[in-house]
Write a protein that binds this ligand. Sequence first.
Ligand code: HEC
Length: 119
Amino acid sequence: MRFRLPVRQSILAAIIALVLGQAAAFAASPDPKIGAHISAQCAACHGSNGMSVDTSIPNLAGQHYVYLVTQLKAFKDRSRISPLMNELARPLTQEQIEDIAAYYDSLPIEVGKPSKSKL
Ligand code: HEC
């Protein structure tokens, strides 16, 4: 009898934790389809398929999710300086950054012999 209330409370706490945990997992799950939609703003430079339009712009197709998230956050908080990308990343939310990263990460790439340097 003495433990009745605490046991009930801990069961309730466990249920709340489970529900909140699932809600957080759902909200945090990156969506490459939303990322594809946002990436329309990036296509002029990084290409509609993540292959850039110029040798001065990095390709993003097939790039690792974690790397992309790290770089976009660094552009956003200006710990990586690129006047162009700092401005473009500034309005992106954490969720949008994750969606964009999931999109570029999902794009297929073929690895072959590197093309000859254009320099
Ligand atoms: C006007 C051209 C332009 C647009 C538009 C643009 N970028 Fe960039 N992006 C660049 C250039 C140039 C760099 C190289 C920056 C540097 O480090 O000097 C770059 C770098 C990056 C990098 C780092 C890649 C690496 O290998 O480290 C990421 C990630 C990136 N851009 C994502 C995006 C996303 C996402 C968008 C759209 C929201 C976007 N860019 C829009 C020109 C552009």
